[in-house]
Ligand binder design. Structure first.
Ligand SMILES: Cc1ncc(COP(=O)(O)O)c(C=O)c1O
Length: 476
């Protein structure tokens, strides 16, 4: 009797220990918990081994260096979307347990986004968007009240952070320096000499990868009474980003980013903005979901963020965004940054050894660049090289002016009048560059492969030029 009581106690203690251990290992709803690291994340990338047919009929897995355009999805993100679709019901409109569940998840993800960018929920709110372009257009249509409202942006920007401001307001620009970096003095000069309402800058360039010191810009903007909007498309998956600066005047007022550039499929993205500012404006997108009540000829609109989300929401996009945030945070932005820097260095070193190469931006100091390297060869058309890399070697790059035309012309040294001559030209006959952009899963071996085949691709491109185009002075 005595012995069995003792063994019962031992058993109970054991059960208790097992329970405690399994509780420790349990994944809290808000974290990835998959043990993801920069070294093992490659195993989680959807489609990396998928064989695609090349022009020569060979089937190989694509080496993807086009992550600045869009990133492949991560399997745990896809799994999470699959899982949550089982409980999917209409968001914010239905009366059902599924509708309640998905509405909660949809709204709770706003808190996750706020936390991700360090924004105070008392002051900031989140509205969901289709992508960064959509977010910047919505902001421009809401914040700009009249055509004469002045917006200051820079010459480093993607068209999506330029054209919406041009179309809604009046834009002035701060120039870039000889290396293509944003000039902060120029920003201050423009602010000093003009009554600027909004400053809108990118956090990282999709052409050179330069990271902008947006908190420094915020301080300048606020000093001269302007608000600041940050295009976060190229920063969210690459560096830890906080909307909060070291002091209040360095805080960012609006931050915009896309989920499809952070390993989540189905598009989506978010604008994080000052609640009061968003409440006192309305974007020019109207319809279902944005109202309190509508009469025959009157409308009572809802408050932000609802007023910014016209139409049925993109639930899979929001679920994917939440999971992608968990995974990137688990991997750690310090690790992502170190990884990208190593790849950047290897690629730049290798490119500079190839005859007639031109690498854009500062190649001596790569420390303020995310994983984006853009280059050319002065003796061959870049489109022919990019095509050769794709068709013969299955290497995905991007060639062109990357939706940042004014910046690319500056890096080229082409004046605006000269660019006009290309307005009627085919893509191949319009100047362009080749861009390699890295994701968390790219490897040094992949960079070696690119560097190994590049000279062969250049030779083949030269032959193609001679046989088919005969461009005497190929535009690179
Ligand atoms: C710096 C920058 N801003 C904005 C965008 C637009 O993003 P999206 O295509 O997701 O709207 C991009 C896309 O490449 C970008 O690189």
């Amino acid at each position: 009797m005595k012995r069995s009581k003792k063994s019962l106690t031992v058993l109970l203690v054991l059960i208790l220990i097992i329970c405690m251990l399994s509780a420790c290992g349990q994944t809290p709803a808000s974290s990835a918990g998959g043990g993801y690291t920069i070294d093992n994340i490659r195993d989680q990338v959807v489609g990396l081994d998928e064989k695609m047919e090349l022009e020569n009929g060979k089937k190989i897995a694509v080496t993807n260096f086009d992550n600045a355009a869009t990133t492949p999805a991560l399997q745990p993100v896809v799994d999470e979307i699959d899982e949550q679709l089982k409980k999917y019901g209409s968001i914010g409109r239905g009366f059902s347990p599924k509708s309640d569940y998905s509405t909660d998840l949809y709204n709770n993800t706003r808190d996750k986004v706020l936390e991700f960018v360090g924004a105070d929920p008392e002051k900031y709110t989140v509205f969901y968007i289709n992508n960064t372009t959509d977010g910047l257009n919505k902001l421009a249509s809401a914040l700009i009240e009249k055509k004469s409202d002045l917006v200051l942006t820079t010459r480093i920007e993607h068209h999506s952070n330029d054209l919406p401001w041009r179309e809604n307001g009046t834009v002035i620009y701060a120039e870039v320096d000889d290396q293509g970096r944003v000039m902060y003095d120029e920003i201050e000069n423009q602010l000093k000499n003009n009554k600027v309402k909004y400053v809108s800058v990118t956090a990282a360039s999709n052409v050179t990868g330069y990271v902008t010191d947006v908190h420094r810009v915020a301080k300048l903007a606020h000093k001269y009474g302007a608000k600041i909007i940050v295009d976060g498309a190229q920063i969210v998956a690459h560096r830890k980003f906080s909307m909060m600066g070291e002091s209040e005047d360095e805080n960012i007022d609006f931050f915009v980013f896309s989920a499809h550039k952070m390993y989540s499929p189905f598009g989506g993205g978010a604008v994080v903005g000052l609640t009061d500012e968003l409440m006192s404006h309305m974007p020019k997108f109207y319809g279902g979901g944005t109202i309190h009540i509508v009469g025959d000829d009157w409308v009572e609109y809802a408050e932000a963020p609802k007023s910014y989300e016209a139409g049925s929401p993109n639930y899979p996009g929001v679920v994917g965004l939440g999971k992608a945030i968990d995974i990137l945070e688990e991997i750690g932005f310090d690790n992502i940054e170190a990884h990208e820097k190593a790849l950047n260095q290897k690629l730049v070193d290798g490119l500079l050894k190839i005859d007639n190469s031109i690498v854009y931006g500062d190649t001596e100091d790569l420390s303020d660049r995310v994983g984006v390297i853009t280059f050319n060869f002065s003796d061959i058309n870049s489109q022919l090289v990019a095509e050769e890399l794709s068709h013969t070697y299955g290497i995905a790059t991007r060639r062109g002016a990357f939706c940042a035309n004014p910046y690319v012309w500056r890096l080229y040294g082409l004046p605006d009048e000269a660019v006009r001559n290309f307005a009627e030209c085919s893509d191949m006959n319009t100047p362009g560059m080749i861009r390699v952009s890295f994701g968390i899963y790219n490897t040094e071996e992949e960079v070696d492969y690119l560097l190994e085949v590049l000279p062969k691709a250049i030779e083949q491109a030269k032959k193609t030029n001679e046989e088919n185009f005969g461009l005497a002075e190929p535009l690179y």
